[in-house]
Ligand binder design. Structure first.
Ligand code: ADP
Length: 459
């Protein structure tokens, strides 16, 4: 039979253990009992000692002939034996003879001398009889004790242990139930959270986050829920950003074209001016669409990135040529330094060019006219590092971790007018990491920024 409920399974486990322990305990006690029984002679001897003590204890009162009921009760309770007092004629003075089916027991007792202490064991059921000579009312008499060993032992056991045993057993069951419930409650809590989450409640989280295995499961679920929530949020933002980014150039193209149709341009020169604006917006849209495609591919892990040996120094020289015009437009100077003999790295030349292009155009965009752009190649342990630096306004430390996010712009209005979509750095990071490298930034607000790309050096 398969038990489907963990609560039940757990409870059964606990109960099985409790029963096993209880049976072991019972077994130990029974073993002890039989061990004692098999050594009943010794026990009988001990009881005889106790009966003698009682005889001494009672003898003072017997001289006067009176024993209070309280004393009598105490005496029989403390030994667990049946007592009675007889005078020399065999008349019972105090107590009652036990109703014994073993007549011969009493016969043996009767045959005992009144003047001597007498202990004899009776066969099954283990019992013993003790007679102690005493002086009663100045006449000879005797104290008799009948003691049934197994009866006494079992009774003592039950009397002293059965209640705590049952209470203990009940407490153990209760504890087992509570423990099992506590565990299954945590599991149900996580299951509930997962159910609500899958039903669309993305704020649903598990409350069971204790420092145990189930708590870890709860925490893992919560972390997963956070990640999914974040992805959902990002995706939603992504789509709204895309539409927003496309809307601006589209409305510009539409308005300009309409104006042209309406004959806004008075001459060819003006017409060319408006058409150039349309073209620039179309280019911007094309760039955006390419960027989005790059992002999508990087995210899906589908972008094809070559891992080949490429000459990084050569690539930097080519980049320097490419940006010459842009530099000139803003009267910027470029300081290109190659400070290592090593030249080769593992990577994709076209994609690396795209990364450097992004970093250099950012640097140019943010550099104040007349300042200097740095392009530096160094070696750092097993890496070759390209640093792109500018003396621009820098990036505030609270913005630093965010610039890698898609569509993130520090100064939204200004950057849009400058043509940035906020996707460049996100794509750059994706590309460099896909090549097994790292990209990082250091920036001092007001002093400038340095972007550092590291790729594995290849002989
Ligand atoms: P964008 O297309 O807007 O440049 P990027 O992803 O390349 O998008 O950059 C994200 C943001 O990081 C930029 O909008 C800009 O605010 C900031 N940033 C990037 N490079 C620099 C730089 N060299 N100096 C100052 N800020 C920069």
């Amino acid at each position: 039979m398969i038990i489907r409920s963990i609560l039940l399974r757990q409870l059964l486990n606990h109960v099985a253990i409790i029963l096993f322990m209880a049976l072991t305990l019972l077994g130990t006690v029974l073993y002890h009992y039989y061990a004692v029984q098999s050594n009943s002679g010794e026990l009988a001897g001990r009881i005889a000692g106790r009966v003698k003590n009682i005889a001494v204890f009672l003898s003072e009162d017997l001289k006067t002939g009176r024993i209070t009921d309280r004393e009598w009760e105490l005496a029989s309770q403390s030994t667990g034996a049946v007592f009675w007092l007889e005078d020399s004629e065999g008349r019972i003075i105090k107590g009652t003879r036990p109703d014994l089916s073993y007549d011969n027991v009493l016969k043996i007792a009767d045959s005992a001398e009144y003047s001597q202490y007498f202990l004899f064991e009776i066969g099954m059921p283990n019992a013993c009889m003790i007679t102690v000579p005493m002086t009663i009312d100045n006449k000879p008499g005797r104290l008799l004790a009948y003691y049934q060993l197994n009866h006494a032992i079992v009774e003592t056991l039950f009397r002293s242990y059965s209640f705590p045993f049952l209470v203990g057993l009940a407490a153990a069951f209760l504890l087992a139930l509570l423990l099992s419930q506590k565990m299954t409650r945590s599991i149900s809590d996580i299951a509930d959270a997962a159910r609500r989450f899958s039903a669309g409640d993305y704020t649903s989280r598990a409350r069971s986050t204790a420092e145990d295995e189930i708590g870890t499961l709860g925490k893992t679920f919560n972390a997963m829920a956070d990640a999914i929530f974040h992805t959902q949020q990002t995706r939603r933002n992504f789509y709204s950003n895309i539409s927003h980014e496309l809307k601006t150039p589209l409305s510009c193209i539409k308005a300009t074209t309409e104006a042209l149709i309406d004959g806004i341009a008075v001459n060819d020169q003006e017409r060319t001016h408006y058409l150039e604006r349309v073209l620039a917006e179309a280019d911007r849209m094309t760039r955006l669409v390419h960027d989005i495609m790059d992002i999508e591919q990087l995210e899906a892990g589908k972008m094809f990135i070559r891992q080949e040996r490429l000459d990084l120094a050569e690539l930097l020289l080519q980049q320097a040529d490419t940006i010459e015009l842009l530099l000139k437009k803003k009267s910027l100077s470029l300081l290109l330094r190659i400070e290592t003999d090593k030249r080769y790295v593992l990577g994709d030349a076209d994609r690396l060019a795209q990364v450097l292009d992004n970093l250099l155009s950012n640097a140019i965009r943010h550099a104040p006219p007349g300042s200097q752009i740095g392009l530096l190649l160094t070696e750092e342990a097993q890496w070759l590092q390209v640093s792109v630096s500018d003396q621009g306004e820098g990036i505030a430390s609270e913005d630093l971790p965010l610039i890698w996010d898609r569509f993130y712009r520090v100064d939204k209005s200004r950057n849009r007018s400058l043509g940035g979509s906020g996707l460049g750095l996100s794509i750059s990071r994706g590309l460099v990491e896909a090549m097994g490298g790292t990209i990082a930034v250091e920036s001092d607000k007001g002093k400038g920024s340095i972007f550092k790309v590291r790729l594995l050096w290849k002989k």
